[in-house]
Structure formats: C-alpha cells, structure tokens
Design a protein around this ligand. Structure first.
Ligand code: ADP
Ligand code: ZN
Length: 435
C-alpha cells in the first residue's frame, strides 16, 4: 500500500503553522539575497526596504519584483547566492520565449526538489511498485532530471527514456511494463494517438500520468485519460523557480497544491503590480523560501492563473493554483480581442476534434488575419467539399461565440500537423515580421 502523503506533517499543516514557517524563511531569504546578490541589494536600496523591514508576510509586497529580463541581464551567474563551488547542478530554461537563462542548485536544493516531486508522485498514488516512464527531455531542460529525482525518491523503478522515437517508447512501455508516464501533455497525446493507431493500448500497463511544462485544458486531460485508460495529473513548475514540482495535483484533480514550505505564490494585476484577491485571475508571482543557489524574490512568471484557499478533499492544506491558462506572452491580441490558445483548444475538443491545431496570425493591409488549422481525424474525415465547408463554418461560429471573433478555419488531413515531443508550438504569429 502506497503512502497517502509523502510528508504528511507539512502537507497537512495548519495555516498558522504554514504562515509562521513562511515568515521565518522569508526573512532569512531576504537577508541572504541582500547580502549575496548585487541586483537584489540595489533594487531594495532603491525601493528603500531593508531586510529587517520584513516582519510579516504582508511585507512581501514592499519588495521589488524580479523579471525574466533581470535574469537575462545577469546571465550567467549574476543571481547566484552561493559560491560556484557549492553548486552541484546547472539547468537552463528551454528558451521558449527568448534568450535562455541559467540556474543552479546546491545539494540541499536537489534534496528539496526530489522531495517535492515525491509529494507529487505520492499524491497521484504512485510508489514503489510503479515503473515510471520518463519521457520528458533529459538535459539542460529541467523536466527529465527534475521528475527523475522524485521518481527515484519514492522508490519506484525509473525508466529514463527521455524524448523522441515514439515507436521505441511504445515498445519499451510494453516490454518493461511502464505503469506511470511523465511527459508534456502534447507528447502524451501523440503517444496516445500512436498507440491507438497501432492497436496496442490494451497491451500497456499504464494507469497514471503526470503531465506538465505547458498549458493544457481540462478537455485535453479527459481525452488523454480516455485514450490511454489512465488518470492524468497536472504538474506545474518553471526553471527560474525550481523546475517541475513547484505545485502538484492531488487525487481531487482540481487545482495544484503549491509547496508552500518552499515557495510563496502571489497573484498580481499584470498592469499595476497590485496583489489581487483570491479567485481573481492575474499574473502568478513566486518567491522561493529555501533555495540556496538561485533564490528568487517575487519572480513574475507571466503565467496567468488564480489561487484558492478552499479546503481540499485530499486533506492537504497548501493553497491551490488553477491550471494556468497560458502566459501573458501566449495571449494573442487579434483585432483588439484577447485570445488564449487554450480557449481554441476547448472549443475544438468539445466539438470532437483533437488538440492538434495551429493558429496563424498575420497582418494584411493593416488588418489582423486570424486562421486556425484544425486536423480531421480518421473518424470524422470527410471527402465531400460541402460537408467540410459545413464543419469549418460550425467551428468558426463556435469560436466566435466564445471569443467574440471568428477565425478562418481550415480543416487539414489527419496527422498532417507537426507533432511535438516536448512543448507544442501552436501559434505562428507573423505580424512582427512586418513591424
Ligand atoms: P521556458 O520558459 O523556456 O519554456 P520552462 O521549462 O521553465 O522554460 O517553462 C516553464 C513554463 O512552462 C511555465 O512558466 C509555464 O508557462 C509553463 N508550464 C509549466 N507547467 C505548466 C502546467 N502544468 N500548465 C501550464 N503551463 C505550464
Ligand atoms: Zn488536494
């Protein structure tokens, strides 16, 4: 029988206990970064805040924000708070949105990381008996090695396959008996499609999946669950803060518990920087509480989400964050209307399509054009031109009613949109080419 919690005492601590721990750790962290990291000291001096001014958690908002640009400007080691001799591992962001940044970990940082992922595996009912198939990329990307540490920690049998070679992945799953799959949701979808096409789903022993590193909708979760006959959990994280595991989903599958003994989450108005009340969507900001090598203070993630302090049926008391619906950078403004790719995904799956789509935005004669390429499946494939046109129109209308703006929809052949082994690239915005 697997454990219900990995570290029950802290995972179910009272709010008073969590607040006391966070306050103490925040004070230590602020003092440390003030002493060790030039950028933090200069920013705090400019804002007129001294480490001793941080008396309660409420004082957090007096501290300046840290941005991705700050991490780029201090590349490679300017934000490290320990001597490089104490750093035992480096990772780098995958560079989805620009120049990469590099982060470091001490031995203690890696222990913390292993434990928070062990919490995730335990919460998903994964333990010693499991064969954890890790198809996140191993390398500078935090996905592979991050999840690996936690998988080993819970005593499971780890299968470090990394990404790529989908056929081989499926063979290994069958031969080695993988019971839990870890990868991006788009790669899980691709594996599911391939397994279905080859008729091997029933030969798999998979029962659970831990997916993350990119936005995915509830609809996509249900699709992956039904195609692979598994329960799929969401895991959130980012290189700058730690990597995967900053927040983890429990059996309730209703938001991810933030590891509050190691991180503080805030939701702010991205325009004004003011903290927003619980439940209001805004930009997610993280402060680390125990990171030694690469602490961050009020790091603006650019992810958009909400938090709730409502009691969770799993018994964990950590605050929950919603599935982020995307980054502020992913949000497209098309003819003045805000569009998130996740909204398009919801409409498509509800209409019976797959999450294989591509959004193409351009500017012609000073007017934005908005096109969505949608893949047909073998089940809904149609030869008749009128039937296709009818389908395209129905999708356009469904999107118009949700978004207030209707794209030109083009249906394309099954399997013709490029699949991703890591993070899917669903948006092609050609507008900046004309600027
Ligand atoms: P990069 O910033 O180069 O893509 P990361 O691998 O650090 O490198 O990516 C972290 C980002 O991935 C997060 O800021 C968030 O936008 C996205 N992400 C990670 N996990 C999730 C998740 N479960 N749901 C939605 N988005 C996620
Ligand atoms: Zn829970």
């Amino acid at each position: 029988m697997n454990k219900k919690y990995w570290q029950e005492e802290i995972e179910t601590a009272s709010r008073e206990e969590i607040t006391a721990l966070q306050t103490e750790r925040l004070q230590e962290t602020v003092k440390r970064v003030y002493e060790k990291v030039d950028l933090y000291r200069k920013r705090m001096d400019a804002a007129g805040v001294r480490p001793e001014d941080i008396k309660t958690l409420d004082d957090l908002k007096r501290l300046p924000f840290t941005s991705k640009q700050d991490l780029r400007d201090t590349y490679p080691y300017g934000m490290f708070a320990v001597p490089l001799t104490d750093v035992v591992r480096l990772h780098a962001s995958s560079g989805t949105t620009g120049k990469q940044i590099v982060v470091g970990y001490t031995k203690h940082d890696l222990e913390v990381w292993d434990n928070i992922l062990a919490r995730q595996f335990t919460a998903a009912g994964i333990g010693k008996e499991d064969f954890i198939h890790i198809a996140f990329g191993y390398g500078l990307f935090t996905g592979g090695f991050g999840v690996h540490g936690g998988a080993q920690k819970v005593g499971a049998t780890v299968i470090p396959v990394s990404t790529g070679n989908t056929e081989r992945q499926l063979t290994i799953m069958q031969d080695f008996g993988s019971t839990a799959l870890c990868c991006t949701p788009s790669y899980a979808m691709y594996l599911a499609e391939t397994a279905t096409a080859e008729g091997v789903v029933d030969k798999l022993k998979l029962r659970t999946g831990i997916f993350g590193a990119e936005p995915w909708t509830e609809e996509m979760r249900r699709q992956i669950e039904s195609m692979l006959h598994i329960k799929a959990y969401d895991v959130y994280g980012l290189t700058e803060v730690m990597g995967p595991g900053v927040a983890y989903e429990c059996e309730a599958q209703n938001g991810m518990h933030v590891n509050e003994d190691h991180f503080i989450i805030e939701i702010i108005d991205p325009e004004t920087g003011e903290p927003l009340p619980n439940g209001t969507p805004g930009e997610i900001v993280y402060t680390t509480l125990t990171k030694e090598a690469f602490p961050v203070i009020r790091y603006r993630t650019r992810d958009i989400g909400t938090i709730t302090h409502e009691k969770c049926e799993c018994g964990r008391t950590f605050v929950r964050m919603s599935k982020p619906r995307g980054r502020t950078d992913d949000m497209l403004i098309i003819r003045g209307v805000n569009v998130f790719p996740s909204q398009i995904e919801t409409v498509l799956i509800n209409l019976g399509y797959t999450p294989n789509y591509q959004i193409i935005v351009d500017r012609v004669n000073n007017l934005d054009t908005f096109e969505v390429k949608v893949e047909l499946t073998d089940d809904n494939f149609e030869d008749s031109v009128t039937a296709l046109a009818r389908r395209e129109k129905a999708i356009t209308e469904a999107m118009r009613s949700l978004l207030g703006i209707g794209p030109k929809v083009t249906l394309v052949n099954p399997r013709s949109i490029e699949r991703s082994e890591g993070k899917a690239r669903r948006v092609i915005d050609k507008r900046h080419l004309h600027d």
